[in-house]
Write a protein that binds this ligand. Sequence first.
Ligand code: NAP
Ligand code: HSE
Length: 428
Amino acid sequence: MPELKNINIGLMGLGTVGGGVYKLIERRQEEIEKKTGTHIQISKVLVRNLDKERPGVPASVLTDRWEDILEDDDIDIVVEVTGGIEPARTRIIQALNAGKNVVTANKDLIAEYGAELFETADNNGKDFLFEAAVAGGIPIIRPLKECLAGNEITEVMGIVNGTTNYILTRMSEDGMDFDEALAIAAELGYAEADPTADIEGYDAGRKVAIMASLAFHSHVTFADVDIEGITKLTAKDIKFAENFGKVIKLLGIAKNTDEGIEASVHPVLIDRNHPLASVRDAFNAVFVHGDAVDDAMFYGRGAGEFPTASAVTGDIIEAARNIASGCTGRISCAAYRDIPVKPADEVKDKYFLRIKAADRPGVMAGVTGVLGNNQISITQVVQTAAVDGEAEMVIMTDEVRRKHFNDALIILNEMSSVRKICSVIRVY
Ligand code: NAP
Ligand code: HSE
């Protein structure tokens, strides 16, 4: 058997993901040798706190000095799983410029500085791989870049945040309200100590920016994504949705339309028969539409030690194979199109509108009249029995430009017969 090429890895971060990567590479060592024809070893591990117990990791590989990795010419691959923008951004650029390949799980960074990182990797002819940055263990980056490369992709959408999907599942299946479901998600370790990025939709927004950039070959950043979280949803909305044959999911949606790219994260009512409706608990799923493949769906665990380590390790194996064959930097992520992102006001959606209004003759006609005057066509209306002179109306609309819908909401808000606009939710 020919002698194996040694590939050294500098692992930045030994937390949930880094710890998983360390263990998985140890566990699969022999297989990885057979798969890559190389001997991979993690020769240095960068952490913040050298005093922390790190069971199973020899103290000799640990360092708190980035330079120990950057200046080590024997390190071929840097794996960044520290998180955040800085110093991760500077360090990744330094690593690429120093001729190292980079694997990362850092969605925050790519959603903002992807273009700069892709260009630096291309300029250096190095791999910059980030499968774990979107939907953890689910393969979606490589399918978008490689397996679906023969398609004109027009839509990528999905459930790309496990914490919020878990919360919505509890609200829908157990009738819980948002706060109760969030508390349980925290107890089970799904929600972080500060759950803002998950429940406000920012985490999903970063993943949408990354998927849209790759699918449509244009720069889409986090700031381009129109984002709304799930904090305003109530068990009542979920119940009404059920009565219309729908479930509510937090969907990240990216579409390439004739007028430009639409990129959003919103709670959305989807038909109970849609494949995404059956994605429960903390699972993720991404749905892709291409002109040749038609519809394709990718399903699995979007986070956690080993699911995420699975994606990072797959990237390490790819980089090792490319190094062994002398073909790193083979597949560019750089955008070769410049499709504009559509202003949010121009985006067309269908809506679910829940209103509390006075229970007297003519109120329903007044409300529907305002919608009609703003080019909003109604598809379904339900009114519940009045309590204390107040009735609840739920209206489902046809597709309407956001601007027209918002204009109608302003007028409804000013009507004395409309007591409260309780919910406005998009319908897919
Ligand atoms: P984590 O558990 O907080 O671990 C972070 C690790 O990085 C720790 O070992 C920490 O060192 C080290 N670190 C942080 N800042 C550092 C710095 N400036 N210099 C040196 N070391 C530093 O984080 P994680 O959950 O593993 O997440 C890592 C990355 O993966 C993030 O970008 C995250 O978004 C992404 N990701 C995570 C998941 C998931 O399920 N957790 C899923 C997909 C993607 P100490 O140990 O000394 O504190
Ligand atoms: N916090 C994310 C989630 C996992 O709940 O899906 C990391 O992307």
